[in-house]
Design a protein around this ligand. Sequence first.
Ligand code: FE2
Ligand code: FE2
Length: 321
Amino acid sequence: MSTNLEKHYQKVIDENNLEQLRDILVSKDSALSNRFRALFNLKCVAEKFAVDPVDANKAVNYMAETFGDDSELLKHEVAYVLGQTKNMESTTILRHVMLDAAQQPMVRHEAAEALGALGAEVALDDLQKCLDNDPHPAVKQTAELAIARIQWEHSPAAETEKLQQSLYESTDPAPPLALEKEYNVAELQSLLNNQDKPMFERYRAMFRLRDLDTEEAIHALASGFNDPSALFKHEIAYVFGQMGTPLAVPVLTEVLGRMEEAPMVRHEAAEALGAIATPEVVPVLKKYLDDEVDVVRESAIVALDMYAYENSNEFEYAPTA
Ligand SMILES: [Fe+2]
Ligand SMILES: [Fe+2]
């Protein structure tokens, strides 16, 4: 979920109380876009745990009720949101979801990533279990990354390293490479694509490139789409959605069109196109409204809903879910 999408879905329904938001979120009869709006409205409440812990924890537990749903897309977004709230109330449910073989891979992945974002030391043993036992490579790699991030956050390096102030509000799966060492884009690109390095290091190069935000850095990031790891490629797509750069539209369009590509990668490419939201993304996304992969089809619906909402004078679109 990109920052742009998130900002979009935080609007609209603040006038509902917590229970109404929960009812919209868990109702399979609500349009998917409304369920997303309810989710991001609940997130705003869950974040305020220092001021209003009772409502904040209620919001967390209402969000967690969604894990009984079937939609892989919605549940993974819930896990993402729980990880971004900094509210530790969710660590128990996230550990459970991560290790639950009945949850789909993107949901288990996002639960593991959320535990990393929370810096949840209490989850280290379960993350190790996930790393050892999960059958899905992208989930395993997420557990490896989350362990590295938690260890980093609780190490002296987290205090002493100088990091560029991020333009984005997200807690990322890894911090950018520290500013103490100078890198040019070519060096960052080679670290990014070096499959012999730990994923955590490669992600640190990715986020340093994101924060450079130059055309050269964008091309370097796009080179990551040739990697064998679905996890890695989906993160590149996520980063492009965050940056909101129209320069990434051609490569994201190509990645979304790779029918043999992992669903999580195509899903993230669709969401990134929705976040970039230039007129050229509309015909691209419309092509995937009937995609046979659920998370791709639902991402196209959500992305087009956002586009229509932001550009409601220019384009008419009725959400179908
Ligand atoms: Fe993800
Ligand atoms: Fe995602």
